[in-house]
Write a protein that binds this ligand. Structure first.
Ligand SMILES: O=C(O)C(=O)C[C@H](O)C(=O)CO
Ligand SMILES: [Zn+2]
Length: 280
């Protein structure tokens, strides 16, 4: 089996103003996820947040440590969130099996040594989306099924931002050190996520867009509120959002995305909202 990783460094908003399209995509877009039989990881220096995927088909895939961690096992000093956006699969953590159906999640605490991914069917594999952050305390592993999530309805059809937000890995659902993860689904007829936009300089965020039809796209907006840029994104692509950046998007069809955050606090609602008519 193959484990790949790449590193992304943090960038100043003053520099990002001067990036062209290619550079913007090189620094922030993660477009090598959900490759069969491979674990692909991107190590970002924003809060040392790792974004990745594991797609096991005929054989199980083991989460191996990577060089930047300089640790024997991947989770020696980290916690991990896993959301399955594919078909049924299993994650075995130090001998305990957790079956994850479509859109179920697993929190894996610091100190676990062995994490193995497998799919129930090699033709219709599990698609495990992974987020990992540094951790300083070992919290118990916990599966988060569809009934465990906290659901909020946001937006309205009139403003084209009607969407359902599901909180999976937040501190009211599971004990965590700093990782937060959830999923937002745009309702048919709406296109905007996270509008009105916000920033939270206390935390960075990564968005993973999925359920984007093959001939459609999502235009992701980033940048300081008065200096925005955009990145066109396809299905199963992620984008790193620096703490100083808005993170909003508009799709040419309905779509879903997984948001993952890390940083200074665990307060989901700690956001500085931007006035829509003041964005530039
Ligand atoms: O649609 C939304 O609004 C979101 O999903 C917002 C994210 O959860 C977020 O940005 C949290 O800070
Ligand atoms: Zn946010």
């Amino acid at each position: 089996m193959i484990t790949n990783f790449t590193t992304r460094y943090a960038a100043s908003p003053k520099d990002v103003k001067n990036y062209n399209t290619t550079r913007l995509r090189e620094e922030f877009l993660v477009n090598n996820l959900m490759i069969p039989n491979v674990i692909n990881l991107v190590y970002s220096h924003y809060d040392r947040f790792i974004t990745g995927s594991a797609v096991p088909t005929n054989e199980s895939l083991k989460l191996k440590t990577i060089n930047p961690l300089k640790s024997e096992n991947f989770l020696d000093r980290r916690e991990l969130g896993i959301i399955n956006v594919g078909e049924k699969g299993t994650v075995i953590v130090d001998g305990t099996s957790y079956i994850l159906e479509h859109k179920e999640a697993l929190y894996v605490g610091k100190g676990n040594k062995d994490v193995m991914f497998s799919s129930a069917s090699s033709e219709n594999p599990a698609l495990f989306y992974l987020n990992s952050t540094p951790a300083h305390k070992a919290f118990p592993n916990k599966k988060i099924g569809k009934d465990d999530v906290e659901v909020i309805e946001l937006g309205a059809p009139e403003t084209a931002n009607a969407r359902t937000l599901r909180k999976y890995i937040v501190n009211s659902v599971v004990d965590v050190c700093q990782l937060q993860m959830g999923m937002t689904t745009i309702k048919p007829g709406s296109s905007w996520n996270t509008m009105p936009a916000h920033v939270h300089d206390r935390r960075m965020e990564v968005y993973f867009y999925f359920e984007v039809p093959a001939d459609q796209a999502v235009c992701h907006f980033m940048g300081e509120p008065t200096e925005t840029r955009h990145i066109w994104m396809g299905n199963n692509e992620a984008v790193i959002s620096p703490p100083w950046s808005i993170h909003s998007g508009s799709g040419t069809s309905s779509y879903s995305f997984i948001w993952g955050m890390a940083g200074e606090n665990l307060d989901y609602g700690d956001m500085d909202h931007c006035k829509i008519n003041e964005l530039k």
